[in-house]
Write a protein that binds this ligand. Structure first.
Ligand SMILES: [Zn+2]
Length: 120
């Protein structure tokens, strides 16, 4: 039986950010449904994340992808700079756009204080 949802959310596992993400979801996805992937470094291991997105597209016909990287990410260690996160987020967005041109992909950099900065 088909059961579709609106979006997939991809974020890091880091416990410090889950409350911020829940608040953001409560505010912005009130009337939406979504699949959720928590993986250390979010899209750092892009093939793994692409596999999850493939499944979400196939099983739930999603329309949107929201990718959340965050400040002070242990999976990146010393490489956890805003520039590196923006670079990896754009790389992930490009790969998803190439494979699924119909999907809307939004990318964010979440700060320790809970602010979601949308990456262009
Ligand atoms: Zn992290």
């Amino acid at each position: 039986m088909a059961h579709n949802c609106d979006a997939i959310i991809v974020s890091c596992i880091d416990f410090r950010f889950q409350k911020h993400i829940r608040n953001w979801l409560d505010k912005n996805f009130t009337n939406k449904t979504f699949d959720y992937v928590g993986f250390a470094g979010a899209t750092k291991d892009l093939p793994t994340i692409m596999n999850q997105i493939d499944i979400s597209v196939r099983l739930h016909s999603i329309k949107e992808v929201h990718l959340i990287h965050h400040e002070d990410c242990g999976a990146y260690g010393a490489e956890s700079t805003p520039e590196r996160h923006a670079e990896d987020l754009r790389k992930a967005r490009d790969e998803i756009n190439n494979k699924y041109p119909g999907l809307v992909v939004k990318i964010y950099y979440l700060l320790l204080d809970g602010e979601f900065a949308e990456v262009s």
